[in-house]
Design a protein around this ligand. Structure first.
Ligand code: OAD
Length: 237
């Protein structure tokens, strides 16, 4: 019987909201080199380029809306009496805007700025290119609160603790290309947890899942949530 669920989401869950994924055809990493915009070295070398990239992305996501997949997870979050953690690699706020509360952003958030002088993360919606002062210490040392390549994802201890309590792990809309997120399915398997993939196509780690369903998240996720809430999830994924 399913009572505790860990859900991992990736860019695929926001694709139908009009937010580019990273690795699909025409995705962000085809348009920009990771080494130019998504590493600490890039930021040290050319902070204006990095700020411009994230300023554009921060502005763009604010005009997007949650889709039925975000809505379905928010509904599950609202009514599920067991433990539930939505671990997202996404840096948009569409889970929250759909109404989900139990959300953990392991790769940071577009709508926060991190002051490297006082180490405080503040809510942020505006551009950073003009080096605005930190609202806490006034230092002009704000950077996007995004986990770059070579940096440690956030709150891994909490993620592994939730996994140890879980009996179902569901991965939604992620290519399985970036670790440690991509390794969570194998961690779950080692813990004896049932695993399910919901993705447009088989991910790189698809073979690790007990079951996989392929199609658009806006269809697969609401259908799966209905099954879980109806008790069908009790017999496995
Ligand atoms: P990717 O772009 O690597 O993968 C997106 C996945 O979503 C692919 O497997 C697609 O097939 C799938 N997909 C696309 N449209 C979909 C839809 N409508 N419904 C369901 N699935 C769909 O994105 P992530 O796996 O999230 O990290 O990428 C992981 C990390 O790599 C990101 O968090 C980011 C990136 O570099 C950082 O920036 C630190």
């Amino acid at each position: 019987m399913v009572s505790n669920i860990v859900i991992l989401t990736g860019a695929g869950i926001s694709a139908e909201s009009g937010i580019d994924t990273f690795r699909d055809g025409g995705g962000l990493w085809e348009q920009h080199r990771v080494e130019d915009v998504a590493t600490p070295e890039a930021f040290a070398r050319d902070p204006d380029l990095v700020h411009r990239f994230y300023d554009m992305r921060r502005e763009a996501i604010q005009a997007k809306l949650p889709n039925p997949a975000h809505g379905a997870l928010a509904r599950l979050d609202a009514v599920w009496n067991g433990r539930l953690l939505i671990v997202t690699q996404n840096v948009d706020d569409l889970h929250e805007r759909a109404g989900a509360r139990r959300v953990l952003h392991m790769h940071g958030e577009h709508l926060k700025a991190w002051c490297t002088a006082c180490d405080v993360r503040s809510p942020w919606r505006e551009p950073l290119i003009d080096r605005p002062p930190c609202p806490v210490c006034q230092s002009r040392s704000l950077r996007p609160d995004i986990v770059w390549f070579g940096e440690m994802p956030y709150r891994m201890g909490e993620i592994y603790a939730a996994l140890r309590e879980a009996d179902l792990f569901v991965s939604i809309g992620t290519s399985g290309a970036v670790y440690p997120a991509a390794g969570l399915v194998r961690d779950a398997r080692e813990l004896g947890i049932e695993t399910l993939e919901l993705n447009l196509e088989p991910s790189q780690g698809s073979q690790w899942f007990h079951a996989a369903r392929h199609g658009p998240a806006s269809e697969l996720v609401p259908a799966w949530v209905e099954e879980v809430l109806a008790g069908a999830g009790n017999s496995g994924p």
